[in-house]
Design a protein. Structure first.
Ligand code: ADP
Ligand code: ZN
Length: 671
């Protein structure tokens, strides 16, 4: 690069500001070897930190005598490939995220700290590759699978978006692998995104066995060293399997992106940099000009809508690959039933029936702990977190009360703090309580509870899965982590213990998620020869959407909700951004957002486009009071145009330093 000593280095550093910083070049700079995108060591707030060279300028608004000098430009291959640089630019523009947080924050920590881009040595035994003993017999695709795969393989050289809607067990993964094979045969790479760390080894195994070569695994459970190593290997690996953030992995010859279980909420990052890896997979596919496959048994309404608008091509897999019948769905009316710890007599009979036929049973309840609240029998006092507006959950293992919002743990009191009453009663049932009840009812059976508490230690999930496959536990109690991806051939009964919990919620997306979870959990039943049954306990057996779901299936259910969303002007028919604010002071968040509202109107938004400020559905969390302002427009462009100047203006408001605020474009939860 031919530059003079008067040139200025413009550097992005990892701060929440929407701007870069100018520096004088280091003394001994070698202009010939400097490239945009290299890392630079610069003084920043009395520290030397690592930033990224964004451009070389001849002019700066900073007075020359105020300019600091960069310490070093790290001569290296730029960390971000050209197409990733464009993707990160998109992230800045679309999600209105600060340049430095994006350019620096999305690389492995060791690189962010300035360490060199070399393969760190691997400690023996740790993170070793999975042994590939035998290559699995490749299954012969059935007609539907073949059609789907052939359609995608028709053109692997351009961007196309595909949505594979395949019932659980229909063999989506086999279709993915068939397409991946064609991509690898062209000397290109495949990136596969999965929702959960728990599912990555399983997916990885299948791909490794099929292709007989190591795939690279990327997820948040890796140490910093492992992450850097995997990241470097990914550049040239054939197959990379990862969770959400893997969408930002540089790959030299990327030829295909697959997003499995695309409906899953975990593809959306809910804090700091709020992006959707699913949506970004489409953007990246466009930038790299390669096909993108989104797959699910229960596609998100956003993706179905995109398929309706012919943005994606919809491919159906309507039958289970093994020819197993879909499970029978039975609604169990519990309006007048005597429940014992959330279990009705009919359900207990059902469990007995399946056990006596050597079937396994999964009871699904999305509530961990023993009981979701503790109530005083005398005065009705309910134990609440002192710092959050939530009831405390009683955990029998710790014999304490836990706040599931801020994780604070309280001792279990003997007396009611309000009236001194001695009878404090656990109300409702969570996984622990159900587990105890089932152990009482079926003392000779292995009972296994699988939730965030029981799987906290590393490797425990794998152990549990093995226990289930070996038939050492036949009664399983699980939260939504059991709804995903696992395959248990002997599972014949799935029971949804509390369907009503999902039916009525302030969040307009709750019903969609409820349907997805029911179908996904139900999909665990009867995957092999034994027919499956699903029992849904509810006090609202006639609820129309529940009827549609159980009688007509997910597509009809989704269609009905899409119509409702259109009538109510809700996403995906409307574009939203949520500005959240929180502070220890009760008034500040509302006052701040009121000012933001004024600014938003200055930047072209109509009162009609702005809702609030209102108190957040969870009004207080970890001691902070919370409020929110919702911006909604019928056109994405309008939203984007107004948000850009708005975020800049917000940054300069002095009030913005007194509250914690964030902008969430396309928010997935309205809390
Ligand atoms: P999905 O990803 O849709 O849940 P999988 O790809 O995991 O489905 O397939 C479910 C099961 O069916 C797996 O055990 C898989 O090996 C098997 N399978 C898939 N396709 C076929 C096929 N064409 N013939 C026989 N078995 C198949
Ligand atoms: Zn709390």
């Amino acid at each position: 690069m031919n530059q003079q000593s008067s040139s200025i280095l413009r550097v992005a550093v990892d701060t929440p500001l929407h701007r870069s910083f100018d520096y004088l070049p280091p003394m001994d700079v070698d202009w010939d070897r400097i490239q945009i995108g290299q890392r630079v060591r610069v003084p920043f707030r009395n520290k030397i930190i690592t930033g990224m060279l964004m451009s070389i300028e001849q002019e700066t608004s900073v007075p020359k005598n105020k300019l600091k000098q960069a310490e070093e430009v790290i001569i290296e291959t730029p960390i971000w490939t050209p197409s990733l640089t464009k993707l990160l630019q998109f992230v800045q523009d679309y999600y209105h995220q600060p340049v430095g947080e994006v350019m620096m924050g999305l690389m492995p920590k060791w690189l962010r700290e300035g360490r060199p881009q070399v393969m760190p040595k691997q400690r023996a035994g740790k993170g070793a590759k999975v042994a590939v003993n035998q290559r699995l017999k490749v299954v012969e695709l059935n007609q539907e699978q073949q059609q789907a795969s052939a359609r995608i393989k028709e053109d692997l050289e351009h961007f196309h978006g595909y949505l594979i809607q395949g019932v659980t067990g229909s063999g989506k993964t086999e279709v993915y692998m068939d397409v991946v094979e064609a991509v690898l045969a062209r000397g290109k790479q495949a990136l596969i995104l999965v929702p959960e760390i728990g599912l990555t080894p399983q997916t990885l195994d299948r791909f490794q066995q099929r292709f007989n070569e190591p795939a690279v695994l990327l997820h948040s459970g890796l140490s910093h060293g492992q992450r850097l190593r995997a990241w470097m290997q990914a550049k040239t690996a054939s197959i990379v399997v990862g969770t959400r953030s893997a969408i930002f992995t540089p790959m030299d010859k990327l030829g295909l992106i697959i997003v499995d279980e695309e409906h899953d909420m975990s593809f959306k990052q809910q804090d700091s940099l709020r992006y959707s890896a699913r949506d970004l997979s489409i953007v990246r596919g466009n930038l790299e000009n390669i096909p993108v496959i989104l797959g699910s048994a229960t596609p998100s309404l956003e993706s179905l809508h995109n398929a309706q608008r012919e943005r994606y091509e919809l491919l159906h897999l309507s039958r289970r690959a093994s020819n197993a019948q879909p499970p029978a769905m039975n609604i169990l009316d519990i309006r007048d039933a005597q429940l014992e710890e959330g279990l009705s007599a009919s359900l207990l009979e059902g469990i007995q029936r399946h056990l006596s036929r050597q079937g396994q049973i999964l009871l699904f309840i999305n509530r961990r702990g023993y009981a979701p609240c503790l109530i005083c029998h005398s005065c009705g006092y309910l134990a609440e977190c002192r710092r959050c507006d939530v009831k405390l959950t009683l955990h029998s293992q710790s014999n304490r009360l836990h706040c599931h919002q801020c994780d604070k743990i309280y001792p279990l009191q003997k007396h009611c703090p309000r009236c001194g009453g001695e009878k404090l009663i656990p109300l409702g049932a969570g996984t622990e309580r159900i587990e105890q009840a089932l152990r009482r009812h079926f003392p000779c059976e292995g009972v296994l509870r699988i939730d965030a508490d029981s799987t906290r230690t590393k490797g425990s999930m794998e152990e549990y899965l093995q226990t289930i496959r070996d038939g050492r536990a036949n009664i399983l109690i699980g939260t939504q982590m059991m709804a995903k991806g696992h395959d248990f051939p002997n599972l014949t009964l799935v029971a949804i213990l509390d369907a009503d919990y999902g039916l009525f919620s302030a969040d307009f997306r709750a019903i969609e998620r409820f349907g997805q979870i029911i179908v996904q959990v139900a999909g665990r039943a009867g995957r092999a020869e034994k027919p499956g049954e699903v029992i849904i306990q509810t006090r609202h057996p006639d609820y129309p959407l529940l009827q549609t779901l159980t009688q007509k299936g997910y597509s009809a259910f989704a269609k009905q909700i899409l119509q409702e969303r259109e009538q109510a002007s809700l996403p995906p028919y409307l574009y939203m951004a949520l500005i959240r604010a929180e502070a220890f002071d009760e008034q500040l968040p509302q006052q701040f957002l009121q000012q933001v509202k004024g600014l938003a109107q200055d930047h072209g938004l109509q009162p009609l486009n702005i809702m609030g400020p209102i108190t957040a559905p969870m009004a207080r969390r970890a001691g902070r009071h919370r409020a929110q302002l919702l911006i909604r427009t019928t056109e994405r462009g309008q939203l984007q145009q107004s948000l850009k100047p708005l975020t800049r203006a917000l940054e300069n408001m002095k009030e913005s330093r007194k509250v914690r605020w964030s902008l969430d474009v396309d928010p997935m939860d309205m809390m």
